[in-house]
Design a protein around this ligand. Structure first.
Ligand code: CA
Ligand code: CA
Length: 510
């Protein structure tokens, strides 16, 4: 670690005050980086994937997943086999990662609001802004933040250079799977139709990233963010990606047909009424295999785009001073626990790929310690020798990047709306919902989380131990919160999903 790069007292310094009221006091003291410092700094290629679960070759989440480029990146760097998002939804997960704060601290739980509209977060320094303040040129394309940052002036505050927005790209003339439940949402679609890979948003994002790397000024370090949209729905792919997978039931993930009998009813409240079809609809409409194949095909397509970026780094001459990082904002169910989509606190929603490669990172590291996307912010500061900050809730992964077996006490915590949290240790997953109902799974014997052991008397002490990691702050939803927001009033036992009350006896929406 190049400790000589540290300038802790010259850096942006943010004092985090007023925990309960989310009052942030900003104390800015920005100074210029010296020219000598900037020529020695490492570049960062920061690659995000959207809704990518652990169906990645070397993560063994699916036996037929084909991701040769992510697998080769893992081999030349360190991959985290037990990495988890802080929220199982785009906006809160990305806000958490980019601000270095938990969703239970920011109060950002839904698809809205954009965090810059929230008083305590309006001037919060994001990860790319911190790099910019230390002499980096920051660039972005595709989906990094969940929402648009606003007009050109607002965007210029977030990144120096904005490339293509990416997104879906080519679409078929009409939905391929027909009408889906809960409003026939246009994104709820998947399958193969004739189009060109070059016409997909993700292809264009990768092309732009490759151009920026090739044209980068060797005198100024860069922070390049490339955010891929797939395998987010609609999962459209061309025939060559479908042909990587058999059209048979070996593709289907293992499920237990009565799996939810031992799951608290409250778990349904977290995804009460959503456009993502339930497994029942998927099966009745003979779409399970097709959805699974489409998702795997899109994952392989994105993997190939990431491969193009890795190749550009290798050909640029910058490889020995460029950190490449790949992460996904959260996972996705494809039938497990009777649902598709996200918005759950189980492994298929929380476990994500997280790979670092480059200077300062051990080759071939495979880390089984539970880690959080929240850890990315302090980790990149450490790897790049940029001043650390004392207001981040993550912990640098530096020790694990040097030695994947290094000790780490803290488990990974995922939150979905106030009062609903999951604690993932190396062996266990403990979930506690706002109504105090619980789940406990032993990953040593139950990797699919089929057997809820929370009521076993023998695990009472274990639960107490895991519970101490529940977030100390459990913020109410920030002003403007909307879409997938759940609140619960314990005194009346009434939950409220997106403004709609839920009572104990209401039938579960299909
Ligand atoms: Ca997402
Ligand atoms: Ca079960």
């Amino acid at each position: 670690m190049p400790t000589s790069f540290f300038r802790p007292d010259q850096s942006l310094r943010l004092v985090f005050a007023g925990i309960a009221g989310m009052t942030l006091t900003l104390v800015l003291a920005v100074t210029q980086s010296t020219a000598a410092e900037s020529t020695r700094k490492f570049n960062v290629v920061f690659i995000a994937i959207d809704d990518q679960n652990d169906w990645i070759g070397h993560l063994d989440g699916h036996p037929l997943a084909r991701t040769p480029h992510l697998d080769r990146l893992a081999e030349r760097g360190t991959t985290f086999l037990n990495a988890h998002c802080q929220a199982p939804l785009c906006n809160p997960s990305r806000t958490s990662l980019l601000l270095g704060l938990r969703p239970s601290t920011t109060g950002i739980y839904g698809l809205a609001p954009w965090f810059r509209t929230v008083d305590g977060l309006r001037h919060r320094v994001t990860l790319p802004q911190h790099f910019h303040a230390h002499g980096y040129r920051t660039l972005t394309a595709g989906k990094i933040f969940h929402g648009g940052a606003g007009n050109a002036a607002a965007r210029a505050e977030e990144f120096d250079v904005w490339g293509p927005a990416g997104g879906i790209g080519a679409v078929p003339p009409q939905k391929l799977v027909g009408e889906t439940p809960m409003g026939n949402h246009p994104l709820m679609d998947w399958g193969c139709f004739p189009h060109r890979d070059e016409d997909k948003g993700d292809y264009q994002v990768a092309s732009w990233a490759v151009e920026q790397i090739r044209g980068a000024d060797p005198q100024q370090p860069f922070f390049l963010a490339a955010g891929f949209f797939l395998p987010h729905v609609p999962c459209y792919a061309t025939q060559r990606w479908f042909d990587l997978f058999p059209d048979d039931d070996r593709l289907l993930p293992p499920i237990k047909h009565d799996d939810r009998l031992d799951v608290p009813r409250f778990a349904w409240y977290l995804h009460w009424r959503l456009p993502e079809p339930r497994l029942g609809w998927i099966r009745e409409n003979q779409q399970w295999r097709q959805l699974t194949r489409s998702y795997l095909a899109c994952t392989s397509f994105v993997d190939a785009q990431i491969g193009r970026i890795i190749d550009a780094v290798d050909e640029s001459g910058f490889a020995d001073r460029t950190i490449i990082l790949v992460w996904s904002d959260h996972g996705w169910h494809l039938g497990e626990k009777e649902i598709t989509g996200k918005n759950s606190l189980w492994e298929r929603s929380t476990r994500v790929p997280l790979i670092f490669a480059g200077p300062g990172v051990s080759r071939g590291g495979r880390c089984t310690r539970p880690v959080e996307l929240l850890d990315i912010y302090p980790t990149l500061l450490e790897l790049c020798g940029i001043a650390s900050r004392d207001d981040l809730e993550g912990i640098s992964l530096g020790p694990l990047l040097r030695n994947a077996s290094a000790a780490r006490e803290r488990p990974a915590v995922t939150s979905h709306n106030p009062g609903n949290h999951s604690v993932r240790s190396e062996r266990w997953r403990y979930i506690r919902y706002a109504d105090a109902s619980e789940e406990l799974y032993d990953h040593d014997s139950d990797p699919h989380e089929w057997s809820n052991r929370a009521s076993d008397v023998g695990f009472a002490d274990l639960k107490i131990d895991l519970r101490r990691w529940l977030p100390a702050i459990d913020a109410r939803p920030a002003p403007g919160s909307a879409q997938r927001v759940l609140v619960y009033d314990r005194s009346s036992d009434e939950a409220n999903w997106e403004g709609e009350p839920i009572h104990r006896t209401d039938p579960i929406p299909k």
